[in-house]
Design a binder for this molecule. Structure first.
Ligand SMILES: O=C(O)CCC(=O)C(=O)O
Ligand SMILES: [Fe+2]
Length: 453
């Protein structure tokens, strides 16, 4: 399955499963409520799938593929095995909508990715913008070919990564910079690591550079090629966000203005940002320069998750060892075929993989779905990657709209469930939903600590 097994202690929950379906001549909604011990084991999940087939009166040849919380019709649909992650620890009642599909869909062959779109076209061609939108909707990811400036900047940053990561641990750790004065807020720029990777995280400086301090990003002591890659990826992400907004029938600025990818004055200076922790120097979007631990170093890669921001732009990764050839490894979960697809196979050195995070999915009512993805630990030559995560300001208002997508599946959810809240302050959405109702983030317990995001 490749989803991280849950380490949570077993707990009893009541789960209401709802199957709502429409055809041209009829509409129905069947519901059943079951006491369940969560997390489910793989065999519990299989038994539950069979029970639901009977209890929800599904037609022969169809089954429950995935579920999502009823109050989050825009959220990524998840296999039954991950049900535990949708229910915050202190709660016991969960209402989910099931997505029912024909079993035959499991055997559908994968469509190979079409040729990349060109970044240069996305800024002026409505047809290229519409195609980017269509690919994100249909495939979950899209390939985009960088222009020369971006390609040069990412090459320069990859070159500089070798030297950066071979420094002594103390020199790397010295780059860790807190971006907020408040002790309980963990927003940072600089070095960090987990069981699978080490990385350097860059953010835009929001405070005007002091005289003599010319750097636009934090940490200020980061090698200059990293800043260049940050600024070029920021420009590319601004182009993609504009293209997607325009192709969605919105004002071209509708998405970009919620973020820090433009040089317009920063979004609402911050009363509400105060709640999340005080005056910030460091924008919400981040560039992460990763080096992955190999299997033989007990690396575990990057577990399955959906990104929490608006959009992720991930330049073609390279091996950590000379001659630094390509290092494809990103896997994307196809929720319509329940399998992992290799998203970076045959990705050109100057190409990027683009995919949506959950903030954009909320804003579009699920029209642009967030991609569930993971990276297994590399086996021999390692992996450098440098995804750029465009994120909305914590104080931005994220108002989701009803999906207009014409889903031809029999259980198309054309209207959000009645208990769906589609209007969020970004930081509330992130803290209350993305850090509490997702299986891949250990739930924050609404304590005083605000995690880095
Ligand atoms: O290294 C990569 O290519 C992806 C990493 C990733 O998915 C993440 O950090 O959110
Ligand atoms: Fe990710």
């Amino acid at each position: 399955m490749a989803f991280r097994p849950s380490a949570a202690p077993p707990r009893l929950a009541r789960v209401r499963f709802q199957w709502s379906a429409t055809t041209t001549s009829a509409a129905w909604s069947h519901t059943t409520e079951l006491p369940l011990t969560l997390p489910l084991s793989p065999s519990d999940a299989c038994a539950l799938e069979l029970s639901l087939h009977r209890l929800l009166r599904l037609p022969g040849g169809f089954t429950v593929f995935t579920v999502r919380r009823a109050d989050e019709p825009y959220a990524p649909p998840l296999p039954l095995l991950l049900l535990h992650g949708l229910l915050p620890p202190e709660q016991t009642l969960l209402h989910v909508l099931v997505l029912v599909r024909p079993l035959a869909q499991l055997a559908r062959p994968r469509q190979l990715p079409p040729p990349p779109l060109r970044l240069a076209d996305l800024s002026h061609s409505a047809a290229a913008a519409a195609e980017l939108l269509r690919r994100l909707q249909r495939d979950g990811t899209a390939r985009v070919c960088a222009d020369e400036r971006l390609a040069e900047a990412t090459r320069g940053a990859y070159d500089a990564m070798v030297r950066f990561f071979t420094q002594p641990a103390a020199a790397k750790a010295a780059l860790h910079t807190k971006c907020l004065a408040a002790a309980h807020n963990e927003r940072y720029a600089g070095y960090s690591s987990d069981a699978g990777r080490e990385w350097l995280q860059l953010r835009l400086r929001l405070a005007a550079p002091q005289a003599g301090g010319g750097r636009r990003t934090l940490p200020q002591q980061a090698p200059e090629p990293f800043e260049r890659a940050f600024l070029e990826l920021r420009r590319a992400s601004s182009t993609c966000l504009r293209a997607l907004a325009a192709a969605s029938g919105l004002h071209a600025e509708a998405f970009a203005r919620l973020t820090d990818v433009d040089d317009a004055p920063p979004h609402p200076p911050s009363e509400a940002e105060g709640d999340a922790g005080g005056e910030s120097d460091g924008g919400p979007s981040v560039l992460r320069l990763y080096t992955y631990k190999r299997v033989d170093e007990a690396g575990c890669g990057c577990h399955a998750h959906a990104d929490l921001g608006m959009l992720t732009l991930s330049p073609s990764p390279v091996c950590a060892e000379p001659p630094h050839g390509g290092a494809p490894g990103l896997l994307v979960y196809d929720t319509e075929r329940l399998c992992w697809d290799e998203a970076e196979n045959d990705l050109g050195p100057d190409e990027l993989t683009v995919f949506a995070g959950e903030q954009l999915s909320l804003l579009t009512g699920g029209d642009i779905p967030s991609a569930i993805h993971r990276v297994p630990p590399p086996s021999d030559a390692g992996r450098f990657s440098m995804p750029f995560f465009v994120r909305a300001h914590p104080t931005a208002r994220l108002s989701g709209r009803q999906s207009s997508r014409d889903d031809t599946h029999p259980d198309a959810l054309r209207t959000p469930a009645p208990d769906a809240v589609m209007d969020w302050l970004c930081q509330d959405f992130v803290l209350q939903k993305l850090f509490r109702c997702r299986p891949w983030r250990p739930s924050v317990d609404q304590s005083w600590r605000v995690p880095d995001f």
